[in-house]
Design a protein around this ligand. Sequence first.
Ligand code: ZN
Length: 197
Amino acid sequence: MKIETLVCGALEENAYIVTGPEEGVCAVIDPGDDEAALLRAVEGRKADKILLTHGHYDHILGAGALMEKTGAPLYVGAGDMAMLGDEKLCLYDPGVSRARFSPLTATAYGDTVEAAGIVFRVCPTPGHTPGGVCLYAEDEKVIFTGDTLFMGGYGRTDFPGGSFAQIRSSLRFLLSLPGETAFYPGHGQCGAIGANR
Ligand SMILES: [Zn+2]
């Protein structure tokens, strides 16, 4: 699996372009507030699916343009679905955003999702948001942790729908994964689960 990182927008959100066995096919995880860079990054490739870890605006603002240009479907955890249609729920902040908010249509995840030939286990990790998920490519020992787990920290729980008790159990799960598992967070550096325990 090849992983490219695009740091998007004022909140420096990490969007990931993931390529599996077929070089010309990619999946996009958390397309944030940099439509132009995202479109450039996928140009000449087939974007297969767009996967969200959660519904906050800084992770979704590039999704509309990508969907329109590539025809790729968008996926989100059921509990965050409402955020995609409501600029207040997704915490949209026009003061710091390049893209305008427009409602998105998505499909709710099942237990797994296959994108760009990679099978991801969809791990519910509520706490930062109610429907937040981590996307775990178990065979590749890679997990995309959104705003649940950061290098040396974890996501805020003081937003609407957040819960400290829930993120605590979500973090317990993440930190129980094999130590060599590489995690790719929604902001900041990636690292190994074991080094973050
Ligand atoms: Zn967030």
